[in-house]
Design a binder for this molecule. Structure first.
Ligand code: PHE
Length: 448
């Protein structure tokens, strides 16, 4: 079998893992959830959960990944020598693989929408009004074609491997992403109404803290945003070098991801209120701030339209931002089935990328054709049920299938002073008992 890929540098891994984590969940999901859940109150709960629940779970994935140096199915199946644990590992591994495939199948559709919204103002600027209009309106053909283009890009990057594909592209795209975000924030801040948005975002409505729904939304958001439960972080961890300090890498990814979500809020919330100052409707009939698709496809485009040519450039920048963020997340999702195909079935990487990509594209096609019936069900099942439950399973595997000595040996690599660290005093016990219990409790609460 060909040699396993590896990230060539710390920064390469950081950008790739942050590229996976930072996606539509940060730029679209987080700010609008914050806006409709008490602003800074949500931010506070989100930050706490990200570090208290999601970071330990991320560490479970990174540690299992680097210890096993294998894809999610093989890694979990071989973690413990007993036959029972082997079977359990296979089952959880296949579960994670399937959830990754289904997440990518809807994620690729939404990524395609972003591409269409990016190309539309470009066509407008080129005076291609008919094309711009076609790109702007939801249709089966547009959605399928745009999804195909984004899937093709994802496949091409993944086919090139860890260093030349994932790392090289994340290193190019992530700085671009950050610059576009900062540039847009700078512009939006100069517009009337922006400070109202900032106030809503940053002044906490503490009465919302008692809302049980808020904690659940924040947990779901944290798990989705850190790409947990589906083996993406596990496989990226498996490409890390032995000289890298795992707890520090994980903490950096968590910080960068939450930092990015926070910064995206500094763009989206002010933009909503700038739109309101322009006379655009930003509240639903029931008085709630518009979120989800209404925000992205009505409020923001209406805002851009009201700004003339500058607006077309802004729209271009904004949807470039969304497309790039989504692409670096999509590649991490495709790496999950591709690594399984390469390592378990011995298929070569380019072929594995094409085959997995094609299967996922077919599922996307079915979802596009049956949008009203299945689109939101696939999202709910995978992100609200699949991710937290698999997250629990992965914590349990790290805590119970690996012996304390094995954990120590793995985490000591690149971190010789581990034993005297706060992390080592807390994490092994935490990931074994507390983290799974806390996730499960939050999850069960939500079912009632
Ligand atoms: N973290 C990505 C986002 O915030 C989504 C994602 C989920 C990516 C699961 C990989 C795995 O948009």
């Amino acid at each position: 079998m060909a040699e396993r890929g590896q990230f060539s540098s710390k920064i390469g891994f950081l950008l790739a893992a942050t590229g996976s984590a930072v996606g539509l969940g940060n730029i679209w999901g987080f700010p609008t959830q914050a806006a409709s859940n008490g602003g800074a109150a949500f931010l506070l709960v989100y930050l706490i959960l990200a570090f208290v629940l999601a970071y330990p779970a991320l560490m479970a994935e990174l540690t299992i990944g680097r210890h096993a140096r294998a894809n999610v199915v093989t890694a979990l199946a071989q973690l413990h020598p007993s036959a029972l644990m082997h079977k359990a590992g296979l089952a959880v591994g296949v579960g994670a693989l399937s959830v990754a495939v289904f997440i990518l199948s809807f994620y690729a559709i939404v990524t395609g929408w972003m591409l269409a919204e990016f190309l539309s103002p470009a066509a407008q600027l080129l005076q291609l009004h008919k094309t711009a209009h076609w790109l702007d309106a939801q249709s089966f053909s547009r959605n399928l074609l745009m999804c195909a283009v984004m899937s093709g890009l994802t496949i091409t990057i993944i086919a090139r491997g860890v260093e030349k594909g994932i790392e090289a592209w994340s290193t190019r795209l992530m700085p671009a992403l950050f610059l576009i975000l900062l540039g847009m924030i700078g512009y939006v801040f100069t517009q009337p109404g922006a400070t109202d948005g900032l106030r809503v975002y940053l002044v906490p409505d503490l009465s919302r803290l008692s809302d049980p729904g808020l904690i659940l939304s924040a947990m779901g958001q944290a798990f989705f945003s850190l790409s947990l439960g589906v083996g993406t972080m596990l496989i990226y961890g498996s490409y890390l070098r032995d000289t890298d300090n795992l707890p520090r890498m994980g903490a950096s990814v968590t910080l960068l991801d939450t930092g990015f979500a926070f910064t995206a809020g500094l763009l989206i919330l002010p933009a909503i209120y700038v739109a309101q100052a322009q006379g655009i409707t930003v509240f639903n009939s029931d008085g709630a701030l518009m979120a989800g698709p209404d925000l992205i496809f009505q409020v923001l485009p209406a805002l851009f339209d009201s700004m003339g040519t500058a607006g077309s450039w802004l729209a271009l920048a904004f949807f470039a931002l969304m497309s790039i963020a989504a692409l670096t997340s999509a590649i991490s999702l495709l790496e999950v089935p591709v690594s399984v195909a390469v390592e378990r079935w011995g298929i070569n990487r380019p072929l594995a990328a094409c085959l997995s990509g094609a299967v996922i594209f077919m599922i996307s096609g079915i979802i596009i054709a049956q949008h009203d019936k299945i689109f939101s069900a696939v999202i709910t099942l995978t992100t609200e049920y699949g991710q937290p439950l698999l997250g629990v399973a992965l914590c349990l595997f790290a805590g119970w299938a690996l012996h304390r000595d094995q954990l120590l040996k793995e985490l000591r690599k690149g971190n010789p002073n581990l034993e005297s660290s706060f992390f080592w005093r807390i994490w092994p016990f935490y990931v074994k008992f507390i983290c799974p219990l806390l996730i499960l409790t939050t999850f069960v609460q939500s079912l009632r």
